[in-house]
Design a protein around this ligand. Structure first.
Ligand SMILES: C[S@@+](CC[C@H](N)C(=O)[O-])C[C@H]1O[C@@H](n2cnc3c(N)ncnc32)[C@H](O)[C@@H]1O
Length: 280
């Protein structure tokens, strides 16, 4: 798949302004309330701990709502994304929120050459990020190189089991339709809409994505000498992952299966540390 980046970037460039204008991203609240944090960051707040003074990078930061939230919690944040349009929105949101964030346009796989190795105490990513990358081992090597000794990776991401489920059934059953494991070739989707509410009509509707099994993700991190410190599977997801089958909790803006939520994990939070001293 040679031009997956070009095709995906067109799709993201077109959707970023619609996302920033959608109630789903609560952009106005960043301007109105200096304490407001994105619901994604609120969800993991107890796991994030004290971020004061940490040098953080948010990979695939999109329109920066989580990046700005981490900055509000005291981290010195850099946000990286390959979509210049998303980054323009992110800069605007940081400005209205009154926080300083350095936004950098680059492919995730180029993050080390663009930002430098060993510079970060925190690498944060997720919520629909890993699925745009073909090779999870290559991603893990980028994360390991970006981290300073003693630094940590923090991921909250769609569970590979959720990505594997058929999301257009109308019989209420959960059925596995897409690959759970990473595949050499991507899945190609053509979807007119997006994952938040919008009236915008899009033109670039094709995207290429990959799933990565949970074991593959963890193994890739271990291979790069990161130490797993937390792995929690959740029965909720911050977008309507299985339309028609979910209920939204208005307080947290998380979606749960309406029936038998114990059936399947929908997201996970993972943390891993880079040891102070390398074993090799
Ligand atoms: C669903 S968004 C991530 C969600 C984000 N956490 C949020 O909701 O604010 C996916 C982001 O990944 C970015 N992206 C996709 N492929 C990328 C790549 N190869 N390198 C860098 N950014 C990429 C897109 O531009 C998009 O902004």
């Amino acid at each position: 798949m040679s031009d997956y980046r070009g095709v995906n970037r067109q799709m993201w460039d077109e959707r970023a302004p619609a996302h920033a204008a959608s109630p789903g991203y609560s952009v106005d609240r960043f301007a109105d309330d200096p304490e407001f944090l994105s619901y994604v960051v609120q969800f993991d707040r107890p796991r994030l701990g004290d971020l004061t003074g940490l040098r953080g990078v948010h990979l695939q930061c999109h329109i920066g709502t989580d990046t700005v939230s981490l900055a509000r919690l005291g981290a010195q944040m850099t946000g990286l994304d390959f979509s210049p349009v998303a980054l323009a929105e992110a800069k605007r949101i940081a400005e209205v929120a009154g926080v300083t964030v350095d936004f950098v346009e680059a492919d995730t796989y180029d993050a080390v050459s663009v930002l430098g190795a060993g510079r970060f105490d925190l690498v944060f990513t997720g919520v629909g990020a890993l699925c745009w990358l073909p090779d999870v081992r290559r991603w893990a090597s980028v994360v390991a190189e970006l981290l300073a000794p003693g630094g940590r990776l923090f991921v909250r991401e769609g569970h590979p089991m959720l990505w594997a489920l058929d999301d257009v059934r109308d019989d209420g059953l959960l059925a596995v339709r897409y690959p759970y494991f990473e595949t050499a070739e991507p899945m190609a989707f053509t979807e007119e809409g997006t994952y938040v509410e919008t009236d915008v009509t899009f033109v670039h509707n094709t995207s290429y994505s990959w799933n990565h099994g949970l074991g593959q993700i963890v193994s890739a991190l271990l291979e790069h000498e990161l130490v797993l410190t937390e792995l929690v599977e959740h029965d909720s997801v911050p977008w309507e992952g299985l339309p028609g089958l979910m209920v939204r909790d208005d307080a947290t803006e998380e979606y749960y299966l309406r029936e038998h939520r114990e059936r399947v994990p929908l997201t996970y939070t993972l943390q891993a540390m880079k040891p102070q001293f390398s074993a090799s």
